[in-house]
Ligand binder design. Structure first.
Ligand code: FUL
Length: 489
């Protein structure tokens, strides 16, 4: 059950239409499918990060076979605080570490296997990189997340029921020893050739049944009630369907899970979500700052440029997704200088473009009467308070005119819906006035969700009109912002 904060009281969503800041009876109702407060908080982070680091870093591979000698793992200068500080300087609010990748090597001294840091030269076998990582995240105010690969090419029992017990034992270690874990990441890649304790063969599993995901998720939530679970199929966060970091132009946070199988879902469906979906599963857009997920010296010259990273930002955060950017530490155990510099430059660009909202405080008029009650007035979309919003009285086309105090030049428009009441809008356009009462379209889109960023050719105008053409419910908007990047497109 979702709860909503309302004038200091906690009310259930279904009672929403009796709740407004000035006590009046309003007709605004929440959608049928709503995010949890944890999902809303997660989306508000906007940018989070991945740390892909393991044996592969030392063998120059992307997928280890599972027969690698722990003696190879020796990151002599490893400094988890350096990872966290690089992420923080790049605007990332959470980091997720590959505690175990497909090759089965564990970055913590698991009691259930010998294939771990405890048999490596790292700190003479006394190291625990999950501990160093979670401590560093906490010290510098980032949330910590963990990736535990379901596929394990080292383990002799992979493919048998015994392995799923091993997997859950490892989850229990990770979710009870290291304090609060904000996210757990379940990869869809699964089954194939591997070492498997020396069997050195091909093994396939039934993706739909082998892990009994429902029981695994229940265990995870029992051990960490606030955790966000990522997989192709959620339940909290879903894969966006590609590894470029691109959400769909149309991107619903709603989706139906009966069509989703972890590791075998329709990638197009994951990319756009489904307006008729019966679950809220936020889209997470994973991408690596380099061509590979793990560090390879040969890719030092191929780190994505700040401009490329900005394009990814527009196509993830700007399309109702959360950006998950991978930073792979090198053999020293440090994030490479180029990666850190480019990520910091991205964050600098984001802050520069969105530094000053030219629509802040602007008067807003609608041609239709807004919902009775000050809580939903049109001016709420320019009041710089993301909690307040405007809501339409009915589900029909509606036009909102933002009147600037003087003509302004902008090239970015940001729209936001109050997603705690659901995702509603399915078609909109933006216009500026021409002569004789005519309006010219400058941008158009389908979904908005938590945030939609539109880049337009620079335009100078005293008025901007948002036309909401279609919505699933009476539409609502929490923010409309106008920004000028200072660049000539
Ligand atoms: C994929 C894995 O196979 C890659 O190695 C990487 O971990 C990526 C994030 O997910 O499915």
């Amino acid at each position: 059950m979702n709860h909503i904060k309302c004038t200091g009281l906690i009310l259930v969503a279904a009672l929403l239409n009796s709740c407004s800041a000035d006590g009046s009876k309003d007709a605004f109702t929440a959608a049928d499918v709503l995010p949890t407060p944890e999902q809303v908080a997660y989306q508000q982070m906007e940018m989070v990060g991945f740390i892909h680091f393991t044996m592969n870093t030392f063998t120059d591979k992307e997928w280890g076979y599972g027969d690698e000698d722990p003696a190879l793992f020796d990151p002599a200068e490893l400094d988890a605080e350096q990872w966290v500080l690089a992420a923080k300087a790049g605007g990332l609010k959470e980091l997720i570490l590959t505690a175990k990748h497909h090759d089965g090597f564990c970055l913590w001294p698991s009691a259930y296997t010998e294939h771990s840091v405890k048999n490596s030269p790292y700190k003479n076998g006394d190291g625990d990189i999950v501990r160093e990582f979670t401590d560093a995240c906490r010290k510098h105010g980032l949330k910590a997340g963990l990736y535990l690969s379901p596929w394990d090419r080292n383990h002799a029992d992979y493919g048998q029921p015994e392995y799923t017990t091993y997997y859950r034992n490892q989850l229990r270690e990770l979710l009870t020893r290291y304090g609060e874990i904000n996210e757990i990441w379940f990869d869809g890649a699964n089954g194939g050739s591997g070492w498997y304790g020396g069997a050195d063969e091909e093994r396939r599993i039934d993706r739909a049944t082998y892990y009994d995901w429902d029981s695994t998720f229940a265990l995870v939530k029992q051990l960490q009630p606030g955790v966000q679970i990522f997989s192709d199929a959620g339940p909290d966060l879903r894969w966006i369907g590609n590894e470029h970091g691109f959400a769909g132009e149309t991107c619903w946070s709603t989706i139906s899970t009966d069509q989703l199988v972890i590791g075998a879902s329709d990638q197009g469906y994951l990319n756009t979500g489904d307006p008729e979906g019966d679950r809220w599963i936020t889209g997470q857009c994973d991408v690596s700052i380099r061509p590979g997920w793990f560090y390879h010296a040969s890719e030092d010259g191929r780190v994505k440029t700040p401009g490329e990273l900005m394009d990814i930002y527009y196509k993830s955060v700007g399309r109702n997704g959360v950006l998950l950017m991978n930073l792979p530490p090198d053999r020293r155990g440090l994030i490479h200088e180029t990666d850190a510099t480019h990520l910091a430059a991205l964050y600098g660009m984001v802050r520069q473009v969105f530094a000053s909202d030219l629509a802040a405080g602007a008067e807003v008029k609608t041609e239709r009467k807004h919902v009775v009650g000050r809580s939903y007035r049109p001016g709420n979309i320019t009041d710089a308070d993301p909690e307040t919003f405007w809501a339409a009285p009915a589900n029909a086309e509606v036009k909102l005119v933002v009147a600037l105090d003087e003509p302004r030049t902008f090239d970015h428009i940001v729209l936001q819906e109050p997603i705690r009441f659901g995702q509603r809008i399915s078609a909109f356009r933006l216009e500026v006035p021409m002569e004789k009462g005519l309006w010219k379209e400058i941008a158009r889109g389908t979904t908005i969700g938590y945030k939609r960023i539109l880049q337009v050719d620079p335009v100078t105008t005293g008025e901007v009109r948002l036309v909401i053409e279609n919505a699933l419910y009476p539409p609502a908007i929490s923010a409309l912002g106008l920004y000028h990047s200072g660049e000539n497109h």
